[in-house]
Design a protein around this ligand. Structure first.
Ligand SMILES: [Zn+2]
Length: 67
């Protein structure tokens, strides 16, 4: 089965769809920080196994940035 090279996740702040390289989320269940490419919000992303070999991305806003 061919897997996409990028995973998409929605910024919870502005709704922009960002893409992250699959290779960079190989550390499952370990949070990592990315910036939203649209609003520059700092986002915490956690990869989790989904059904059918899919990867679910759970995205949180980093509160300390929104000042
Ligand atoms: Zn955003």
């Amino acid at each position: 089965m061919l897997k996409p090279a990028y995973l998409e996740y929605r910024c919870p702040r502005c709704g922009f769809i960002n893409a992250i390289a699959r290779d960079t989320v190989i550390d499952m269940y370990k949070e990592q920080l990315e910036d939203c490419q649209h609003c520059q919000q700092k986002l915490e992303i956690i990869a989790a196994n989904g059904i059918n070999d899919k990867i679910n991305l759970i995205v949180f806003e980093q509160d300390d940035y929104a000042k």
